[in-house]
Design a protein around this ligand. Structure first.
Ligand code: PMP
Length: 483
């Protein structure tokens, strides 16, 4: 059939059938498309003609068209014409399911297509993950892990725990964070299923649809849809090498607004906010009554000494909500994170958390308690810091060697990431696709910003030195072809 032609209906619905007429029509149209009899681009007759031809009411045809349009199979144009726009097998198959119309009805937004692709491609055997924000699996402390599992033999039960989490773990966290200046009581700690859940809780508990979250640009938060799904607006604030430019945060009193910052070993730029910027930011936010959420996901991954303490450590009034996690230091699979905040905030988050999941895994909480109390966590941290420092040095050498004059970057003082900007404009999507073909998975910078970045988030935490070099070599081969 010529694409410009109108689909012909040599068929009428079976009025004796128990299947509703509109369903029969949908099924007929779907089968025609599926069999290839009607191609993408073909015009359907007008609704009036179709109603007359099939001997049904106009309203029946309207229902059919609405459903096919909702499923993305047809599209009406402004002149009243309707054409077929999809013949994908999945859509046609889903015509059979009553759930199809509901799949995207919910308010939570889908991931960016690029992140969905990354999440899928990460599990391609042999792919070199040059942007993954996780520790190399070979660094998992198997011996310490075995020891920590022994402690499970003595746990009293695996019943639900208190709303704010295992008391012993909260005490262990209080002791742990004291090392970097945070003073809290166990009642000011909430255990969460990773700090992602803490962000989710904040979005539904303390913010509303007209709230604004100021964030660094770029920011990890942009790679998520948590706040946006709740109707909350993210507003980007630029950074320099000392961190977020606090005086660029608007001070309008119109809506509720908070600042989300990831000041130490920032994801994705690797920047660590200077002490003077921390102080200035804290004072600016206090004067302008902007509460702060401080994400300390990479807090303890400093390479030389911990010369910057969390902003939370300056907070005497409970103005800062601090988020911690063991995902970057030990294991994201444990799903253990924590919130440190004033008691009313902890109680509110804990109450909603109970309604969401009744608590983070009790097994993980007991294991983490043992890791902290036995000193194994500290020991492991020391090893990880030393390893990451070596990997950072190696990564910097390799990038200079293979991409030296093509890119600019700062050497991070800790964490996982090098924010690598191309000196000339590079089509990031094309680069992503070409890299995948070459067996390299990238994290393009644009997923962390609302403006084009011309950058990649390079991670040295996941690949071994050899694989890192191989991945950068392949990347440089692709770029050489273009320049
Ligand atoms: N915050 C930051 C800055 C992160 O990079 C991540 C993980 N990429 C998280 C929070 C969430 O980590 P998790 O939920 O595993 O604790």
């Amino acid at each position: 059939m010529n694409k410009k032609q109108t689909c012909t209906f040599e068929w009428v619905p079976d009025r004796s059938s128990k299947i509703p007429i509109y369903r029969q029509i949908i099924h007929f149209i779907s089968t025609q498309i599926q069999s290839g009899a009607w191609e993408v681009g073909s015009q359907l007759p007008s609704q009036r003609d179709l109603a007359a031809k099939l001997g049904v009411n106009r309203s029946t045809i309207t229902t059919v068209m609405d459903e096919l349009a909702a499923d993305g199979i047809i599209e009406s144009n402004f002149k009243g014409g309707t054409r077929i726009i999809s013949n994908t097998w999945a859509l046609l198959l889903s015509e059979m399911s009553i759930w199809n119309r509901y799949v995207n009805l919910g308010s939570f937004k889908s991931n960016h297509a690029m992140i969905q692709a990354i999440n899928r491609l990460e599990f391609t055997p042999g792919i070199l993950r040059l942007g993954t924000g996780e520790l190399d699996p070979t660094l998992f402390p198997t011996e310490l892990w075995k020891k920590s599992l022994k402690s499970l033999e003595n746990i009293p039960s695996l019943n639900y725990l208190e709303a704010s989490g295992l008391y012993q773990l909260r005490c262990a966290i209080v002791n742990h964070v004291k090392k970097f200046g945070i003073i809290a009581t166990p009642d000011q700690v909430l255990i969460t299923s990773g700090s992602l859940q803490a962000l989710q809780l904040l979005s539904v508990c303390i913010l509303s649809a007209d709230s604004v979250v100021y964030t660094e640009a770029p920011t990890y938060l942009r790679s998520l849809q948590i706040f946006q799904s709740a109707g909350i607006r993210l507003e980007s604030i630029p950074m320099d090498e000392e961190g977020i430019l606090h005086h660029r945060i608007p001070i309008s009193a119109k809506s509720t607004k908070i600042l989300y910052t990831n000041p130490t070993n920032h994801n994705p730029t690797g920047i660590t906010m200077s002490n003077r910027r921390r102080k200035a930011l804290f004072e600016y936010c206090a004067v302008n009554r902007i509460p702060i959420v401080e994400d300390g996901a990479y807090e303890e991954l400093y390479f030389d000494e911990q010369s910057q303490l969390p902003i939370k450590q300056m907070d005497q009034n409970g103005d800062i909500i601090y988020l911690g996690t063991v995902s970057k230091t030990l294991s994201p699979g444990l799903r253990i994170g924590w919130v440190i905040a004033s008691e009313p905030i902890i109680n509110r988050l804990g109450d909603v958390k109970m309604q969401m999941d009744y608590g983070a895994s009790s097994v993980s909480q007991w294991i983490m308690t043992e890791f902290l109390n036995s000193g194994m966590y500290e020991l492991h941290l020391e090893r990880i810091r030393a390893e990451m420092k070596n990997r950072r040095d190696h990564a910097v050498r390799v990038i200079r060697q293979y991409l030296g004059d093509q890119v600019s970057f700062r050497t991070p003082a800790g964490g996982f990431y090098i924010w690598m900007r191309f000196n000339k404009k590079i089509p990031l999507l094309k680069l992503f696709e070409e890299a995948v073909k070459a067996g390299v998975l990238l994290n393009p910078g644009d997923i962390y910003d609302d403006a084009p970045t011309n950058a990649l988030r390079i991670s040295y935490s996941y690949l071994s030195g050899r694989d890192f070099e191989e991945a950068v070599m392949r990347l440089s081969d692709i770029i050489k072809k273009w320049t």
